[in-house]
Ligand binder design. Structure first.
Ligand code: HEM
Length: 355
């Protein structure tokens, strides 16, 4: 938080968005509301691993050789992994015990029994690997939880920040969105899941955010399964390929005035089928990838984006800081983020006594 020239409070929202997404994913992963201290420990382990991601990636290249040539880097990697396990394994075991306890409670005792919400770890504990006829080991569960937390935090919080940057830069879009929410939600303070399905403009704003500012400008590396000719070039079997996600969404042959932020382009005025972000009919953009390796979290990500954008616009008015132009320049971090993070004046829209 800081103050603008006129003394108004200005919020730099980047870290708040990131922390909110992380806490939500930790809750979904382990099923319990953890103490802030514990969440910080989980976050610290994830950050340390992510920050060294590029330095550690090369250890995959030829492990028997890199183990000798880069032994210090291996030691560092193994230490971070051990620290991560030290934090995550007790949470996984606690979940195992909680499930046993819940099962042993009298099934007919409806009043004594607390509602047990299935978490990501629960699904992993139940999983039976069909080809190997075994359950997952603890180390494998740690890796999958780690992937879940990393895959969903920076991607969604970055998308959220880009969308709000545009809502601040273009107040008429924010106002139109607010009016749509008002029509659907009426007097309620919270926009709920079932409201979201009746908000086509909200969906259009989010799709436009993902088209214009995809959090990843490339997908994960893929490999061709056989020698393949692409545009006259031969890619040999197992050769790595990737896709220029950002360029696709900004292609002037596909999109009219592609650099403009114009959610209307996603509004289905002729009553045809809604835009398909998974690319199963045609591929005009692919912020989540497409096909067999499409992001497994895309449905969840769309839900989180719709829920957060709708509630944050319904409850607060977002304005540019005095004399501050929202700058849409980009910078590559784990995702492609705002080079100058969004700063906004945020004021409550609805007075509590209205509810
Ligand atoms: C706006 C948010 C998100 C965006 C833009 C996004 C984008 C992507 C992309 C482009 C890929 C690579 C696809 C490919 O290689 O073809 C990917 C993979 C992945 N995503 Fe997401 N993602 C988002 C949110 C999430 C969430 C919420 C989760 C889970 C909680 C998640 C988990 C994963 C995982 C585990 C992979 C790796 C899948 C694999 O190895 O095949 N993502 N995501």
């Amino acid at each position: 938080m800081s103050q603008s020239e006129s003394g108004k409070v200005v919020h730099c929202v980047k870290d708040h968005f990131q922390y909110a997404m992380f806490c939500l994913l930790v809750l979904m992963c382990f099923g319990d509301k953890l103490e802030e201290e514990k969440i910080k420990q989980v976050e610290d382990g994830q950050r340390r691993m992510l920050l060294s991601f590029n330095r550690f990636s090369m250890l995959n290249f030829w492990p028997s050789l890199t183990r000798i040539l880069f032994y210090k880097r291996w030691d560092e990697f193994l230490q971070i992994r051990r620290d991560q396990e030290k934090v995550l394994i007790p949470l996984i075991r606690a979940r195992k015990n909680a499930r046993i306890e819940n099962l042993s409670k009298d099934k007919d005792d409806k009043f004594g029994k607390e509602e047990f919400i299935v978490s990501y770890v629960d699904t992993l504990l139940d999983l039976q690997l069909p080809h190997e006829n075994r359950k997952l080991e603890e180390g494998e569960i740690v890796s999958l939880c780690s992937e879940f937390l990393d895959g969903g935090t920076d991607t969604t919080s970055t998308a959220l920040q880009w969308i709000f940057a545009n809502l601040v830069k273009y107040p008429h879009i924010q106002e139109k969105l607010f009016m749509e929410i008002k029509d659907v939600v009426g007097e309620e303070q919270e926009v709920k899941d079932d409201h979201l399905h009746r908000m086509p403009y909200l969906k259009a704003v989010i799709l436009e955010g993902l088209r214009r500012h995809p959090p990843g400008h490339f997908v994960l590396p893929h490999a061709v399964t056989q020698d393949t000719v692409l545009d006259g070039f031969v890619v040999p079997k197992n050769g790595t390929i990737n896709f220029m996600v950002a360029e696709m969404g900004r292609d002037p042959n596909v999109w009219e005035d592609p650099m403009a932020f114009n959610p209307e382009r996603f509004l289905n005025t002729e009553g045809g089928e809604a835009f398909d972000v998974t690319g199963s009919r045609e591929i005009k953009m692919m912020p989540f990838g497409v096909g067999r390796r499409i992001c497994p979290g895309y449905g969840l990500a769309m839900l989180h984006l719709e829920y957060f954008v709708a509630n944050l616009v319904w409850n607060f008015k977002w304005m540019a800081a005095d004399g501050d132009e929202v700058d849409l320049s980009e910078k590559q971090e784990f995702t492609v983020v705002m080079k100058n993070p969004l700063k906004a004046q945020i004021s409550p829209r609805l007075k509590p006594q209205n509810f």
